[in-house]
Design a protein around this ligand. Structure first.
Ligand code: C2O
Ligand code: CU
Ligand code: CU
Length: 419
């Protein structure tokens, strides 16, 4: 069917951006000076992408959260595109509606390239999600929100090497969708934010002014089974959360601020809007966990260390080594442990390529209410073991790693083959 085929060209390129008054900042982006326009894909679509590299160094194009066959289409370390070269990928997407993203993934310079700006949101749509009474008007009431932080040096430039920290580079200035001190004009009673933690190491502790409650409807890889109302939300590196904010108690001229801890991220400026009385559906998505064959052993994965000593199962990443295998279509429990201790130990956000998993438990207890949907990244706290239910539906080699990007580049990564 030709109507179901789409083609894109995504060019990784260097540019400059007016982020602060004065000198422009040297930045990288996808078809853009910094970050990139959101790509919108649909379940069932046949997608062709030409990947072009106009940067002075090699890069890769990783589809974080897409169920695509690895490792070339998936775009991890195995799929370099050299400067002034291009490559072509094709895939048919079979996946539920979700907020995913594209980012550079050349090992070991993923962190530096993402810091320069090689990240963009990728939204997956499907018929089920379209049919629900949710905000769907992209840019009006359905808003991408890429959360990052940067440090500006002399002449407003970033200096990744100067800021380097093996536990993850961070900066004191919040950058939202590649903008410093952004605001958003609210023209509808309800908006949907698609939040993405696109930072190298920072986790965001989100809340609104007046402690205005909001409702989470989706996580990384799908809608939640039901909406979860909250006033505080934490997301860690690479995680996504879709939330609905109802501004019904505000009037034109009012302002609502989204904070992380006490740092203001975005100001919502309320304008005239039509009253919206639609209720959120009580039920959003049926989740049918795949059955696990009782003879299938539990896979144990250990994330250990901090700074240069980080390791996965006691080892550093080696692209020539396949660390594990799992038959295609077979569901398996993965017990992922963070051996850091509570005092001062870091949360390691654990990510698996090419699949969406379910979170079964945290230290034997039920997962948080907002993690009952499909996910591809989970914050594993110090001293914690998180049980995941993982299945690969496509063949290939897939990386799994800590998504503090400097930990990943530091070797806290392994790969599994599904066959
Ligand atoms: Cu966000 Cu290995 O990826
Ligand atoms: Cu990924
Ligand atoms: Cu880590």
């Amino acid at each position: 069917e030709t109507t179901n085929e789409v083609s894109y060209t995504v060019t990784a390129q260097a540019g400059e951006s007016q982020l602060l008054p004065g000198k422009k900042t040297k930045t990288w982006g996808y078809n853009a000076d910094l970050l990139g326009r959101t790509l919108i894909f649909r379940d069932g679509q046949h997608i062709h992408v030409t990947l072009k590299n106009q940067l002075p160094e090699l890069t890769t194009f990783h589809w974080h959260g897409l169920n695509v066959s690895g490792p070339i289409i998936d775009g991890g370390c195995h799929a370099p595109v050299y400067p002034d070269k291009s490559s072509d990928i094709d895939f048919t997407l079979h996946q539920q509606a979700a907020t995913t993203w594209l980012h550079a993934h050349p090992c070991p310079s993923t962190a530096e390239q993402v810091w320069h700006g090689l990240a963009a949101m990728v939204i997956v749509k499907d018929d089920h999600e379209d049919s629900l009474p949710l905000p769907h008007n992209y840019g009006v009431d359905d808003i991408p929100m890429v959360l990052q932080d940067r440090r500006f040096h002399e002449d407003n430039q970033w200096d990744y090497r100067a800021d380097y920290d093996p536990d993850g580079v961070q900066g004191p200035t919040a950058m939202i969708n590649g903008t410093i001190n952004p605001y958003f004009d609210v023209t509808t009673q309800k908006i949907r934010l698609r939040l993405l933690d696109g930072a190298n190491r920072r986790e965001w502790r989100l809340h609104l002014s007046d402690d205005l409650p909001f409702t989470q409807i989706a996580g990384d890889g799908s809608l939640l089974p039901e909406p979860v109302e909250m006033t505080h939300l934490m997301i860690t590196c690479a995680e996504r959360a879709e939330v609905i904010i109802d501004f019904g108690k505000y009037k034109p001229g009012d302002k609502v601020v989204l904070y992380s801890d006490d740092v203001p991220l975005v100001e919502f400026r309320i304008h005239d809007y039509n009253p919206d009385t639609t209720e959120l559906p009580e039920h959003l998505l049926d989740i049918n966990p795949p059955a696990v064959d009782p003879t299938t052993p539990i896979r144990h994965i250990v994330m250990s260390g901090m700074d240069e000593s980080v390791a996965l199962d006691g080892k550093k990443f080696n692209m020539q080594r396949i660390d594990a295998t799992q038959p295609m279509g077979q569901a398996q429990y993965w017990d992922v442990t963070n051996t850091n201790t509570m005092d001062g130990g870091m949360v390691h956000p654990f990510h698996v390529h090419g699949t969406q998993f379910l979170i079964i438990s945290r230290n034997g207890k039920a997962p948080y209410p907002n993690e009952h949907g499909y996910k591809d990244t989970v914050g594993v706290n110090p001293g914690e073991t998180v049980r995941l239910l993982v299945r690969f539906d496509l063949p290939g080699v897939y990386m799994y790693h800590c998504h503090i990007i400097e930990h990943e580049d530091g070797g806290m990564m392994a790969q599994i083959e599904s066959y």
